[in-house]
Ligand binder design. Structure first.
Ligand SMILES: NC(=O)C1=CN([C@@H]2O[C@H](COP(=O)(O)OP(=O)(O)OC[C@H]3O[C@@H](n4cnc5c(N)ncnc54)[C@H](O)[C@@H]3O)[C@@H](O)[C@H]2O)C=CC1
Ligand SMILES: O=C1[C@@H](O)[C@H](O)[C@@H](O)[C@H](O)[C@H]1O
Length: 339
């Protein structure tokens, strides 16, 4: 039995991220425990549940959400399954931490936003975890002091060792650049208004037919220009770097120089191999912030509006990739709930 006041969490989806979040809630985060896990793969759910005292395995998210020992939901199923899980959580009036993307397209994100507005209060924190990364937080804090002046440009690099099986060109936009879309809006406090995608000759290491790398350019309503190199089969490591160029200076994060060694006539360091390693602290802080806010009866962090706005940029990005040229982002008016 959970201690009184402990948040009892159902984790929906027990793959790479879901299983890691279960471990995090049990071993790292305070004030919460996992009482239910859900996966369409019953064996996978059971294997994860078996590692946690008092945790029940389900294959149906709504059955878990109806359980008496569940008072919050962490959604870590694939993006196309998020809308149904979110709407079920709303039915049961449960607070949610939903992994990115909120949903895979703007129309479904809009439906979720309308459903949350009908509840009359925010219920969802979206899993844009970079906002909880120590380096990104320092960059944001520096920009907010105004010392550097107005941001003019933001350069980003986003590199993965290798794309998972089944990846296709649009996933570079929808699954990876989605983070730079959120970071751009959050760091600059501006909406993205147009997207252009340039297509360098694909790497010989990219799977057949996959356009990797891509060079993505955003324009914003504050007049900033943002570029993103996305390269998901770079082979050597996982790297996320950002440099903001302002009127009176620049600031850059992500060089990964936590430790530099000098040895045998060489200097150097190591490069993280995946996001679970690079953003471990960010995921910890994100989930702790969600648990703390939920126990206070509040919802903080990236909202359904942020998830929707990014979905709208993704749609423009996919069109820019597939049709070419500069594509303007179509964004609905921001509802009062999210102002
Ligand atoms: N914030 C971040 O840095 C990252 C976020 N993600 C996001 O996390 C989510 C999960 O990604 P991964 O763990 O990498 O995927 P995964 O494929 O490893 O795991 C997904 C799991 O969900 C299960 N599943 C599928 N449909 C389901 C449904 N309707 N109900 C319940 N379970 C269902 C699958 O059987 C699988 O076990 C995605 O939204 C993804 O975009 C993924 C990687 C990093
Ligand atoms: O969300 C993530 C993955 O889905 C995506 O595949 C990676 O490129 C990102 O770096 C990671 O944070």
């Amino acid at each position: 039995m959970a201690q009184p006041g402990t948040l009892q969490v159902a984790v929906v989806g027990t793959g790479k991220m879901g299983a890691d979040h279960v471990r995090r809630i049990q071993e790292v985060v305070s004030g919460a425990t996992v009482t239910a896990v859900v996966d369409v793969d019953a064996e996978r759910a059971k294997a994860v549940a078996d590692r946690v005292d008092g945790c029940t395995a389900y294959t149906d998210p709504t059955a878990a959400m109806a359980a008496a020992d569940v008072d919050a939901v962490l959604i870590a199923s694939p993006g196309p399954a998020h809308e149904a899980a979110l709407l079920a959580a709303f039915e049961h009036d449960l607070p949610v931490l939903c992994e990115k993307p909120l949903t895979p397209d703007a129309a479904s994100a809009l439906r979720v936003m309308e459903a949350e507005q009908r509840l009359g209060r925010r219920r969802v924190q979206v899993g844009f975890m970079r906002r909880y990364d120590a380096e990104y937080m320092r960059l944001k804090a520096l920009l907010e002091t105004g010392q550097l002046g107005r941001p003019l440009m933001l350069h980003n690099r986003h590199r993965n060792v290798a794309s998972p099986p089944g990846w296709h060109s649009e996933m570079l936009i929808n699954d990876s650049v989605v983070h730079e879309m959120d970071v751009t809006r959050w760091l600059l406090g501006q909406e993205i208004t147009a997207v252009t995608v340039l297509r360098p000759t694909p790497s010989a290491n990219a799977p057949d037919g996959v356009q990797d790398p891509q060079f993505v350019v955003f324009e914003t309503d504050g007049g900033a220009v943002v570029d993103v190199e996305i390269f998901v089969n770079c082979g050597f490591g996982y790297q996320v770097q950002a440099e903001v160029v302002c009127e009176r200076g620049t600031a850059r994060i992500g060089d990964g120089h936590a430790m530099v060694t000098n040895m045998a006539g060489r200097w150097g360091g190591t490069i993280a191999q995946d996001f679970v390693e690079r953003f471990a602290d960010a995921y910890d802080r994100e989930v702790q912030a969600w648990v703390d806010a939920t126990r206070r009866g509040e919802v903080t962090g990236p909202s359904v509006w942020d998830g929707y706005a990014v979905a709208a940029v993704c749609e423009a990005g996919v069109r820019a990739l597939t049709e070419g040229g500069r594509v303007e982002v179509e964004l609905a008016e921001r509802p009062a709930l999210y102002r």
